[in-house]
Ligand binder design. Structure first.
Ligand code: FAD
Length: 444
């Protein structure tokens, strides 16, 4: 049995610690915040209308998340997972909302979102997916390094044309990953599309997405309020320096460590990176962003969808919104709970503005659409930095080089969504893999 320190209590760190503990190791997880969960946690907000559950970060899981479901089932959470009541989407074009179900070509063919000419080009995406098939494994994105040459914006314009790019794919990706299409690669888009087409019904846990992290944390030794400032590893073990909940400096010695921080923070903390690791981490980028939740007395009749996306040509200042009250147990009966993600440009502009200004931006934006002006009884603004990892053209090549690096930090493994994909399934998968890696390193 080895003593292993896990740094960072998001879903990657929690799943890693859980797997290591099940294998018999003595695991301590250090988390900076007062509660674990990171970008997958829920908070309860009491209002005059009752209690709302606001999911901070991740909003849903999907039927195709095989590792996440395996962990949830092992924790006895299978009966707490339900399909989201409404999963259809709409996209704004020329001031009107059109059904734009990303997974249904038949639905898209019927909708007036795109011209006939643009619709006729859509099957080209299926051809591109078939052509690149051997490179496309969402669980191993580094295998697509050979086709990681152009941005999502350039690549999809080439494949499906400018209209479908601007009014279908760009809004779909931007409202899901909170970034502009120039900031991700075509290879990333193909990997994600293939994964979604493999089965992607939206699901949520009863009473909030945070249930998974809360359950994992309850079974582990988690030290919250501990900000890790230094990780040093060598052939002899690992030393973790941190500021504890009382502000005192402390150290923890272990046989090995797993660093499960967002990739953009790793190089600030790990002092013993190899030159190849340092080069990789210097180039990992995350988007900064903002999400605003609105709680309303009644569920707005103008929002029969789960998701609404706003193409940038509509100039709404939002990437999209999600209608949370279709999820089980998150809003009092009949009440409304929605969230809207600001565009990167609007989020930067309003970064230091008071929350009321952010809420006003969202209400004004929605008032310009058929959704109309909402009248919230309460709101919550989340400012994220880092928010979601970017997979720009070139990231998969760097990822492949990182995976194959000749010289590795001893007694150290890494976990986080930047290693596989910007969603919970891939963060959790990276945690399970890091557990295997670090245990293998100890056995050598
Ligand atoms: C707004 C938003 C919406 C999303 N929607 C979805 C969705 O609907 N579905 C989906 O599947 N995914 C979604 N995601 C993505 C998903 O939430 C993330 O990919 C996943 O939760 C990342 O997990 P992680 O463990 O890699 O990182 P994190 O959750 O960021 O965990 C890192 C942890 O490290 C801690 N930490 C940081 N610095 C230190 C330090 N110095 N010392 C100690 N601890 C430290 C942090 O507090 C955090 O708890 C969304 C993300 C965001 C932000």
């Amino acid at each position: 049995m080895a003593r292993i320190a896990v740094v960072g209590g998001g879903i990657a760190g929690l799943s890693c610690a859980w797997k290591l503990q099940r294998a018999g190791h003595d695991v301590t997880l250090l988390e900076r915040e007062a509660v674990a969960g990171g970008r997958m946690r829920s908070e309860r907000i009491a209002t005059s209308r009752g209690v709302f559950v606001v999911d901070r970060g991740a909003q849903f899981v999907a039927s195709g998340y095989r590792n996440l479901h395996a962990v949830a089932d092992a924790l006895g959470l299978a009966s707490k997972r339900h399909f989201v009541g409404r999963t259809s989407n709409a996209i704004l074009r020329d001031g009107r909302l059109h059904p734009g179900d990303y997974g249904s070509l038949r639905e898209l063919a019927r909708s007036k979102l795109l011209s006939t000419r643009a619709k006729l080009r859509l099957p080209r995406l299926l051809l591109e997916l078939a052509k690149q098939r051997r490179h496309l494994d969402a669980y191993h994105p580094e295998r697509a390094a050979a086709i990681d040459r152009e941005s999502l914006a350039e690549g999809l314009t080439r494949v499906v044309g400018a209209e479908a790019m601007e009014y279908l794919f760009s809004p779909a990706f931007s409202s899901t990953f909170d970034a502009d299409p120039e900031d991700h690669s075509l290879a990333f888009a193909l990997l994600t599309t293939r994964f979604v087409l493999g089965g992607f019904r939206l699901q949520a846990f009863d009473g909030g997405i945070g249930l998974l992290g809360e359950t994992l944390a309850s079974q582990l030794r988690v030290r919250t309020g501990c900000e890790v400032t230094a990780v040093e590893t060598s052939a002899g073990g690992a030393r973790i320096g941190f500021r504890d909940a009382d502000g005192g400096e402390a150290t923890l010695d272990a046989d090995a460590a797993v660093v499960a921080l967002p990739g953009s923070l790793v190089a600030d903390v790990v002092r013993t990176l190899t030159p190849e690791e340092q080069t990789f981490f210097d180039q990992v980028r995350y988007v900064r962003g903002m999400v605003c939740f609105l709680m309303t007395d009644r569920a707005p009749a103008s929002l029969p969808w789960y998701g609404v996306a706003f193409p940038r040509r509509e100039q709404i200042g939002l990437y999209g919104m999600a209608v949370d009250h279709w999820k089980p147990g998150v809003a009092p009966a009949g009440a409304g709970l929605v969230n809207a993600a600001l565009t990167a440009e609007a989020a930067e502009r309003l970064r230091d503005a008071p929350d009321a200004a952010v809420v006003a931006h969202v209400l004004d934006a929605l008032a310009k659409t058929p959704i109309g002006r909402l009248d919230p009884i309460a709101s919550a603004v989340h400012r994220w930095d880092p928010m979601l990892p970017l997979f720009p053209a070139g990231h998969l090549k760097r990822l492949a080089a990182f995976e194959e690096r000749g010289e590795r930090s001893q007694r150290l493994a890494f976990a986080g969504d930047y290693l596989i994909g910007p969603y919970t399934e891939m963060a959790l998968t990276s945690g399970l893999r890091a557990a295997t890696d670090v245990a293998r390193g100890l056995a050598l």
